[in-house]
Design a protein around this ligand. Structure first.
Ligand SMILES: Nc1nc2c(ncn2[C@@H]2O[C@H](COP(=O)(O)OP(=O)(O)OP(=O)(O)O)[C@@H](O)[C@H]2O)c(=O)[nH]1
Ligand SMILES: [Mg+2]
Length: 306
């Protein structure tokens, strides 16, 4: 049979569940997830190959008003993610955090819709987090509101958390496949190198543990990453990473009393890393301050965020 493939971009405001949705579709955690907005910072590809068909998903950072150079890069990753794809998936929430009004979508969503039109891109509307709805009828007003602004191919309410409705989305998306070679090896699940995934696993723990403005100003610089055998001949993956933050006060928070916070973050990350590689891991973390790094393209580049 002939090979087919489709490129699918996942776009939306921060925190609506784009990465959760991609992970659910792949049946594997490829992109980190947290309850803080702006979790995803770069384009992340997720690959799902079933027999002759290969779907390539592009998870993008949440589109938002840029406040610094890193934000600008993140928004650029969204527009890059929209070029040369076969279909876009606009993810919105079933329980929006803004007041519902037919003519005023949140600015970020309005902008994304303008971009879809400009690029003449087809799009599916996903209304995520339906598990949070008390009454399914609440969906109607949301569907009406979004359908006024764009002629979506279809509207699919689902829950990336429970998986409810995800199959329907998947079979809809397969329809946009075209005859083509597979761009990735059939066994690949992501384009991210292992090193990046490890740094991201550490950043996820920081996002989940820290509060207020601290997590947004963090980057993880993986300095050492190698596998060796212990004296008993058991394989172990050794990781040394520096957590970059923006202020001395943040450094104190990350380290915690007597180093307790850093220890906790390290052990949470180690747990995930061991599960990922299937062998023992050792995680050593340091914390460094680099003031205003999110406005310094050189540092942004060093951390792989451009
Ligand atoms: N109740 C519920 N929560 C969800 C669902 N999908 C995602 N979430 C939660 O929503 C939050 C944001 O999820 P992410 O997947 O990180 O969202 P995102 O759109 O990728 O966010 P950014 O990368 O910041 O743009 C997390 O706390 C998820 O657990 C869902 O279907 N139901
Ligand atoms: Mg994300």
């Amino acid at each position: 049979m002939e090979q087919t493939s489709a490129f699918i971009t996942i776009i939306g405001r921060p925190n609506v569940g784009k990465s959760s949705l991609m992970n659910k579709i792949l049946g594997q955690k490829v992109a980190i997830v947290s309850d803080k907005p702006q979790t995803t910072r770069t384009k992340i590809m997720g690959i799902k190959t079933e027999n002759e068909n290969q779907l390539v998903f592009i998870d993008t950072p949440g589109f938002h008003r840029a406040r610094n150079e890193l934000d600008k890069n993140m928004n650029k990753a969204v527009s890059d993610g929209m070029s040369e794809v076969d279909i876009a998936v606009l993810v919105v929430e079933a329980k929006p955090k803004f007041a519902l009004s037919e003519d005023s979508l949140p600015p970020a969503e309005a902008e994304l819709i303008t971009e879809l039109k400009k690029r003449k891109l087809k799009a599916v509307l996903v209304i995520n987090k339906i598990d949070m709805l008390e009454r399914k009828e609440e969906l109607l007003s949301i569907i009406t509101m979004y359908s006024k602004s764009f002629s979506f191919e279809t509207v699919i309410p689902l829950s990336a958390k429970t998986g409810d409705g995800v199959d329907i989305l998947l079979s809809e998306l397969k329809k946009y496949s075209k005859p083509s070679v597979h761009y990735f090896p059939d066994t690949d699940v992501t384009d991210q190198p292992e090193k990046v995934m490890v740094a991201e696993m550490i950043r996820e723990k920081l996002l989940r543990t820290l509060d207020k403005e601290v997590p947004h100003g963090i980057a993880v610089d993986l300095e050492r990453f190698f596998e060796r055998d212990t004296k008993d001949g058991e394989p172990i993956v050794e990781i040394e990473a520096t957590i970059i933050c923006e202020r001395d006060s943040h450094k104190g928070i990350i380290i915690g009393k007597g180093g307790a916070m850093l220890k906790r973050i390290g052990s949470m990350a180690r747990h995930d890393i061991e599960a990922f590689f299937g062998i023992k891991a050792s995680v050593k973390l340091w914390v460094k301050v680099k003031e205003d790094w999110r406005n310094r393209q050189g540092l942004i580049h060093t951390f792989g965020l451009d």
